[in-house]
Design a protein around this ligand. Sequence first.
Ligand SMILES: [Zn+2]
Length: 412
Amino acid sequence: MRVELLDILRCPYCGGTLTLDASEWHQQERDEIQDGILACHCCTFPVIAGIPVMHLAEPVTAAVDHVRAGRPGLAREAMCAIEQAQRFDEIVSAPDSTYRDAVAALVPELEAAYFLHRFSDPTFVVAHALARAVAATVLLHGGRALDVCGGSGHLTRSLMDLSSPPPVVADLYFAKLWLARRFTAPGCEAVCCDANGPLPFARNAFRYAMCADAFMYIWTKRQLVGEMMRVINDGRQGGAVLISHAHNELRWSPSHGQPLTPTGYRQLFETIAPRVFAESELLNDVVTGGPLDLSRRDGDDRLDADPALVLIATEDAEVFAPHALEPAVGPSSELRLNPLYAAESEGDRVRLRLQFPSAHYAEEFSGCREYLPETIVVAQRDLEALADGRITDEVAALARLRVLLDLPRRYY
Ligand SMILES: [Zn+2]
């Protein structure tokens, strides 16, 4: 973590500011704190591998002891629940390891499949477009973005060039945050904290706060909305809160969680009435080429019928407008084959076939079939152009279909 992160970090329990306890063992290089102990008025929190851990749930106590004793490697392994000595360095942080290797070692199998294939799943596709549209609008003149329950940082990556200073990804699971900083969104800040408690940030630390795909698993929903609003100063500086893919209590979904009705979600907000959208309508906007129309007003019948909802709270009227989608290939895109496709060579052509990693994945993310082709045959020379980093018309067309994706380096 950069030292300047201390300006916005607060103890979740006493609200006090935090300082690096220089009397304890620590590693700091210029303005980057790697490992050490932070202190507030009421307790202490460890910084491990550049990630402040702002909660006290196990295994934090053991990890703190390791930091104090100058054993940062053991602290990191304790936080990642890795029991075999050396496993972290051998498998996870070896110089040639990939995101796929590290996810397989650190994350349970079902969630690992979700993470690896995240960049083309329907909830990501719509949340990415929403984040790009809403964050670009409210961060136009600067300001920082927060990705709450951000996991291993897929959507944090969507915020990297919009947020200044760099975005913060917050999650309860240290291993996921380590993956975000290492692979998915290098350069972001990561804060390990519990979204069921007060967020460890100062009022007005951000202009944009989002929570995607996770809100229905939060028990203290009213508090989390209050906290997301507090960190954007209740929108008084023109900020926005976005909650995407919140399951609808009126409709069954796989991994249902503890969702609310559309009215229930609205009533969580006390300071700004949110606009509520049927997610499937927004997804349809995105997969049919846009614009993403946030000027729409979905009626109660439409909201009640949709399995998932999107909520946006802001006083910036520019947000509630049609937003043109960005081109599938940007100036810094690094296109690679979507990991949901298996390739079979057929002479000078290659057949790409959509393959889900499991029946569970196929059920939960069946919406992929609405925009990912079952099979597609491409010329070998187009894939060779891609390997050389040349974006031909054919390569750009495959990117528009999401058969090719802009993926982080060393993703799989
Ligand atoms: Zn405190």
